[in-house]
Design a binder for this molecule. Sequence first.
Ligand SMILES: [Zn+2]
Length: 456
Amino acid sequence: MEINVILDRENRKVEIEKFNKIYKLNIGVVRILGRISGRIFSKISQRILAVLLIGIFGLAGCSENPIGDSAALAIHDHILTIDSHVDISSDYTYLPAFDPGKMTDMKVDLPKMKAGGLDAAFFVVYVGQTARTEENYAAAQKDAIRKFKAIHRMTDDLYADQIGLALGPEDVRRIHKEGRKVAIISIENGYVIGKNITLVEAYYNRGARYMTLAHNGHNDICDSAQPKEKLGDDKAEHGGVSPYGRQVIAEMNRVGMMVDISHVSRDCMIQAVTMSKAPAIASHSGVRALADHPRNLDDAQMKFLAEKGGVMQLVAYTGFVKIDPARNAALDLLTKKVAAHYGLAEDDYENLEKTEDWSRGQAKIDQKFPIATVKEFVDHIDYAVKVIGIDHVGISSDFDGGGGITGWNDASESLNITRELVERGYSEQDIAKIWGGNLLRVWAVVDQVAAKLSVE
Ligand SMILES: [Zn+2]
């Protein structure tokens, strides 16, 4: 497993395949050794030994980059790791390129989760904001259902033996103990409920456990941190949360869906956290003091979220980790060029990123203006821990939604985050909190609040 080096996509694929082969081989060797010696190896020690054997016997081409210290490895293997924001394609599970059981170009699939020791992920039913017409509401709901179905296809049909769908925090722990990966469903953009509040419960029943109130562009629930000029958005439409949004938040509290304030305007964030009867989350947000982006949270917002018992999941998205205006300008230009060339909308990232022009252009931009590093990302974690405490901080990648940094550019590299945390002196207990413990605690409180509301 080439954890320390940046590899281009092709190389990375080859390396992960190699890792998996050698890992499997070594697991076999360990099991045989275990049987011969008559000792019972726990599953965990088998996995650690297998990786150590890779270190001893080496993996072609990476002898100069050893697997790293065993402390980080042991902790990583021992704790439950959750990535709170992973995007999926509209063709997820429907096309071979988006088959999560295979080694794909996606940043998260089952082989990469296994190689990187990533135990659980929130798979996101994301729908972009469009003009609020009856036709578009219907289209957004149709797109959402297709993504819900895709995640269920993965957990219920195609790969039930490898990954299970969690509907509550206890499910996450149980499925993890069973030795399977864990999928949780979330919604990004409350736009998918349109003006039909009963859809909150309908989506909850399909498995959604958090909903990001808005995305880029205002919706009927609240204002976005990034208004969409193209849709005629003013700086603010509702001055925060709309009266309808207030009802939606109450309904989310009632059914037990976490309120996610990533992407929303500062006013919306403060109001939503105030209104919500349960703690809120930021499923993928950065520290504004370190990267002055309107999407990020300033110190006062962070403190308020934590005071109300919530959790901030720091995000490994270059644009929210460090501000690089030259890189942003280059990306804007590329977006405009590729969109014009292929006749696509400038915010149709899913299709823009599928084009060869995009890949080529992006590679050039990455070379000239490097993406953020694991160290820069963990600086955000450090900062958040200092400002709001170890109990209110978590991790998200935003993989396949623009996320990815040098050293954590797909799920197979997840150990690097743990390694950096260990190097900075975090204990196993702290790392377990950051890698998901805190988020599960908040989720359990959200469930308790819902239970209480249902008897009132
Ligand atoms: Zn997002």
